[in-house]
Design a protein around this ligand. Structure first.
Ligand SMILES: [Zn+2]
Length: 332
């Protein structure tokens, strides 16, 4: 089938996995050349432009009325993307369109320290959005005839009503700051958790990895499994020619590193699945990614013990520490 944008590399004679590796190597080379000017630019109040793309497209202007859940320091550290994020609502054979105004926006966060992750770029995706609950018509499959499973879902919640969307957003905020402190640039697929917004659609989240030149995409979720089971599992993309042929193998490696990191931080593997790593073809965030990608079902919100973990600041810090340990193992 025809492939577009960055996917044109799939149709070349080179093995796709090698194409991915070369892209990473050349990107690392460019990044090291750009390091000095980038460091100089980050001290400017305007923030952190995305390397290599800022000159080609007008900057994204944030809506002034947009709710800002992050603390003041985060807002100042967050910067313009430096380009207009796009996605393919009608499939990759149709033209790309700009990010809808109703969606939260991606945001870039510059490193706050230097260390083992300096020069790396991590795309974090807090699953779902709290506003999806009030916009079920907009996110439903019926509104998106070209999308196999609709735009998004509401996600699950604890029995006490703490939503997966809010949980994921908070875990990502902790994880983001940890990564930045060790030198990584962090991009998030949504910069807020707000009842007035909905989405972004799942494939749009997946498509961002290529646009922001991320080294990896990690999507944070929590499961809504039977209450008797607890623990985490990791979903990796199945091999699909023209889609994930270039990322299936490194995504599997990323999944194994995340499992190791989570276990090293004392987090329990899923007790309700036979394997901690699930390879699946039905996840559009993974299927549409051009960078190594995993979804982490970090716990089971329907389980009493896991719900306590999700609902406490210290529990979310443990989850974030496990995810960080996995990412560090993969990148460093
Ligand atoms: Zn979810």
């Amino acid at each position: 089938m025809p492939v577009y944008g960055n996917h044109t590399r799939h149709s070349g004679p080179r093995r796709p996995a090698l194409g991915y590796r070369r892209a990473v190597q050349s990107r690392r080379g460019r990044l090291s050349l750009l390091l000095v000017p980038v460091l100089l630019i980050t001290v400017a109040p305007l923030g952190f432009p995305t390397a290599g793309t800022a000159a080609a497209a007008p900057p994204v202007v944030r809506a002034p009325a947009a709710p800002q859940p992050a603390a003041g320091g985060d807002v100042q550290a967050s910067a313009r993307l430096g380009f207009v994020p796009t996605w393919h609502p009608d499939g990759r054979h149709r033209p790309a369109r700009a990010w809808p105004a109703a969606w939260p926006r991606p945001a870039v966060f510059a490193p706050t320290g230097a260390g083992r992750l300096s020069g790396t770029r991590v795309l974090l995706d807090p699953g779902h959005n709290i506003g999806n609950f009030g916009h079920t018509r907009q996110i439903a499959p019926g509104s998106w005839p070209h999308l196999r499973k609709g735009c998004n879902t509401t996600g699950t919640a604890t029995n006490a009503g703490f939503s997966e969307a809010r949980y994921a957003f908070r875990v990502v905020r902790v994880l983001r700051n940890k990564l930045r402190a060790h030198g990584a640039t962090v991009i998030v697929t949504r910069d807020r958790d707000s009842r007035t917004s909905w989405g972004p659609c799942v494939q749009a989240r997946g498509e961002l990895g290529r646009q922001v030149r991320a080294d990896l995409l990690l999507s944070v979720h929590a499961d809504g499994a039977p209450a008797s089971g607890h623990g985490f599992h990791v979903i990796a993309p199945a091999y699909a020619k023209g889609w994930t042929d270039d990322i299936a193998r490194p995504s599997g490696r990323l999944a194994r590193k995340v499992v190791k990191g989570m276990v090293a931080r004392g987090l329990a593997r899923s007790t309700y699945l036979s394997s901690t790593i699930q390879v699946r073809s039905d996840q559009e965030t993974l299927r549409n990614s051009d960078v190594p990608a995993v979804i982490v079902e970090t716990l089971n919100m329907r389980n009493a013990g896991d719900a306590r973990l999700a609902s406490s600041k210290s529990g979310r810090a443990r989850i974030a520490a496990g995810l960080y340990a996995g990412i560090r193992r993969y990148l460093a």
